[in-house]
Design a protein around this ligand. Structure first.
Ligand code: OGA
Ligand code: MN
Length: 264
């Protein structure tokens, strides 16, 4: 069976047809997926109904599983496989544009979600952070080159009721270690706290602008989940946003994240 890669928007995301992720993936197939992943930032595989063991095996082709927070519930028997479930809207840290765990020193490079229970609604959106960088004026590109921001896990700490807020400093323009392309590395105002060496009053408008600029509709793919979908994304060159419009309805996604390297 031949693999088909079809772009989903003019900016980010592609769908993959002709692979069964519940079966072993050979090297030529992986190479096609890898190339498509680097090009499109997000890959969507429909109707996979990915089994936990196959999820772990597929993720292993891409890298090493990241250390999970011990508080996150995992799928019984699969310690690396986290269940994303039952997030009340008031405290949902995922309902904001973000790159996963940006407030840690070495954030995960890839996240892979598999939809188990899907409510009406509960879409996820992704944006292309290469494009966010590329479409800045050369003058602003130059101005922000080399700037570093402090990122905080404020929403996560709130969600968990934890007193300690994790934080890390990263460049706001990062170079993707595999493609060599520059991408804007920012996040929601709760997360992107301030730019090193600037006052809050100076940082805020710049970080707010870069956030707004990154997340305009022409830079976004919105995924309407169906049971059995698998979506994987590159945290080094995309951000994502989990829309919470499903009230108390059940929503379960299995998730694995893969260790990244220090953003540079
Ligand atoms: C995540 C996340 C998106 C969603 O797992 O990192 O942001 O739609 N999830 O649940
Ligand atoms: Mn996330």
């Amino acid at each position: 069976m031949s693999i088909q890669i079809t772009p989903l928007t003019g900016s980010v995301g592609a769908s993959v047809e002709g692979v069964n992720l519940n079966e072993p993936i050979d090297k030529p197939t992986f190479d096609v997926l890898h190339r498509a992943f680097l090009e499109h930032g997000v890959l969507v595989y429909r109707k996979q109904y990915l089994q936990p063991a196959a999820h772990v095996a597929f993720a292993g082709l891409w890298g090493n599983p990241a250390q999970n927070n011990p508080l996150s519930p995992s799928v019984p028997g699969f310690p690396g496989l986290i269940q994303v479930t039952k997030i009340p809207k008031e405290t949902a840290s995922t309902e904001a544009w973000h790159s996963d765990s940006i407030y840690t020193p070495v954030p995960p490079k890839i996240s892979i979600l598999s939809a188990v229970v899907v409510p009406r609604g509960g879409d996820t959106m992704w944006c292309n952070q290469y494009q966010s960088y590329d479409r800045l004026s050369p003058t602003l590109q130059q101005m922000i080159q080399g700037l570093r921001a402090r990122f905080e896990g404020l929403r996560l700490a709130r969600m968990r009721g934890a007193g300690e807020v994790p934080s890390a400093v990263h460049p706001i323009v990062r170079t993707h270690p595999e493609t060599g392309r520059k991408a804007l590395y920012v996040g929601h105002p709760d997360t992107a706290h301030s730019i090193e060496g600037m006052t809050l009053a100076e940082s805020r408008p710049l970080l707010d602008f870069l956030y707004e600029h990154s997340t305009t509709p022409d830079n976004v793919y919105r995924h309407m989940w169906q049971q059995g979908d698998v979506v994987m994304w590159d945290n080094r060159c995309t951000m994502h946003y989990a829309v919470h419009d499903y009230g108390e309805a059940e929503r379960v996604l299995n998730r694995i994240t893969l260790e990244g390297d220090t953003p540079r």
